[in-house]
Design a protein around this ligand. Structure first.
Ligand code: PLP
Length: 449
């Protein structure tokens, strides 16, 4: 055991050290080598050391280097040193976080972490919360509470009786809703397509002037941080209207809501805390390892009613029992890494992480604009959309940037324009990383002229 674990730690550290000098996208040869793992189920056991070395030799080179400082795809974040270390230790603990009975330590730490997250995001301290796999499931979890709440107000118990014959719920989303939120609505029987879509402006923000008039049981889904532009819906203004008619307002803040933790960006999230529920990710801007999403619900009894394992409403436990707030029963103790992230950063470190990433996004923007390259969005947060002439040329440059391997940026379509999307969300990214990436991108652009 001892030699094996030392070896695992050594290999992991070597992997991290080498990240800076390798291609961000895995080399084609390394990907081809993955087929070496594709043999029939072994008939008998193998020594653990051999298992580990095979995984490292073949697996490590084939990974995407998103743990390094120059991966700018998909808002992925990195894993802070304290969170990776906590992840290793918690792996050894192997706790089942479903109940105080199975792990008092995991539940206590998770409850503290939830309190710290609510504090950092300026949300009500008595919110119900659930640590889940990601923002998709956090949206699902919070919207299950919303569904319960708006139907309970009509005298309908959806968790007992289902949606058959229930009063219809109007669900409003913005035209720029994240596709995973629509998936959550589908899973909840609310339908991916039966939503009312509110028009948005040129940054993807829901327009207040054309926002629909609300009547009857209604759930409004807003966004804090558009996945392309980083823009925020006017949550405060819409909450005012929605709450007047008893509607529930949910905010998908997968990454953007963390702006609330940085004094220089907090104005973007003004009013977000007036909503009824929020979904966010730990594995994006908080920089904890996968997988980690967090659902937070103002009316914690609605969350409990939707997620409780026994349909009957138990008397309140002395301690929050995770199994009554999450879709899962047995679960890994992902609250531990959230605790470690916030313990190691503190309030100022968290603000600095968010602010630094935003400044680096602006650094990209300045460099592109200086070179006459079009940045499509107002860069208010960590998202930059870059266009290099027409669609064909933009696609070609993105392909070459990915192939070059200095950095990795993805492709998106923003309001009819194909664009390269840059998300800066890792603690590891430095000014040097940005400058080296800009140099590589500009070289590719000039070569293709
Ligand atoms: C990433 C993202 C999601 C989905 O999050 P997962 O953690 O991948 O499930 C939902 N909404 C927004 C705005 C996102 O950026």
């Amino acid at each position: 055991m001892d030699a094996l674990m030392q070896s695992a730690a050594q290999r992991a550290l070597q992997y991290l050290e080498k990240l800076n000098s390798r291609s961000v996208a895995p080399a084609p040869a390394a990907l081809k080598d993955l087929s070496k793992l594709d043999y029939a189920l072994p008939e008998g056991p193998a020594p653990a050391g051999e298992v580990l070395s095979e995984l490292d030799d073949i697996g490590s080179p084939a990974t995407t280097a998103n743990a390094g400082g120059r991966y700018f795809g998909f808002v992925t974040g990195g894993a802070l040193p304290a969170t990776l270390a906590a992840n290793w230790l918690a792996g050894a603990w192997d706790q089942n976080a479903f109940s105080v009975l199975t792990s008092p330590a995991a539940v206590t730490i998770e409850n503290i972490a939830l309190g710290w997250v609510l504090d950092a995001l300026d949300l009500p301290e008595d919110c119900g919360g659930a640590f889940v796999t990601g923002a998709t499931m956090a949206n699902f979890t919070a919207l299950a509470a919303a569904r319960h709440h708006v139907l309970a107000a009509e005298g309908w118990d959806v968790d007992a009786d289902g949606l058959f014959g229930a009063p219809p719920i109007t669900v409003v989303v913005g035209e720029e809703v994240h596709p995973t939120l629509l998936k959550s609505l589908g899973l909840l029987g609310l339908g991916r397509q039966r939503v009312v879509k509110a028009p948005v402006d040129d940054q993807g923000r829901i327009r207040v002037d054309t926002f629909p008039v609300l009547t009857g049981p209604t759930i409004v889904c807003l966004q804090a941080g558009n996945v392309n532009t980083g823009a925020f819906d006017p949550v405060g203004q819409i909450c005012g209207r929605a709450h007047d008619v008893g509607a529930w307002v949910h905010v998908d803040g997968a990454f953007g809501i963390w702006a609330a933790a940085a004094p220089e960006r907090a104005h973007l999230a003004a009013g977000v805390n007036q909503a009824d529920s929020w979904a966010t990710d730990g594995h994006k801007w908080l920089n904890v390892p996968y997988d980690c999403g967090i659902a937070m619900v103002r009316h914690s009894e609605a969350l409990r009613a939707a997620m409780s394992i026994t349909a009957a409403y138990l008397p309140d436990e002395a301690t929050r029992e995770p199994m009554h707030y999450t879709p899962e029963a047995s679960r890994r103790a992902r609250g531990i890494e959230v605790w470690a992230a916030l313990r190691s950063l503190g309030r100022s470190g968290l603000a600095d992480l968010v602010e630094r990433n935003c400044r680096l996004a602006a650094r990209f923007t300045d460099a592109f604009r200086t070179d006459g390259i079009t940045v499509l969005n107002e860069v208010v947060l960590n998202q930059v959309l870059v266009k290099f002439g027409d669609t064909g040329r933009t696609k070609e440059i993105i392909r070459r940037v990915q192939e070059d391997g200095t950095c990795w940026c993805g492709e998106t379509v923003w309001q009819g324009h194909t664009a390269m999307r840059i998300s800066v969300s890792s603690w590891k990214t430095t000014e040097t990383d940005v400058d080296e990436s800009v140099t590589a991108i500009l070289r590719i652009v000039h070569e293709s002229r």
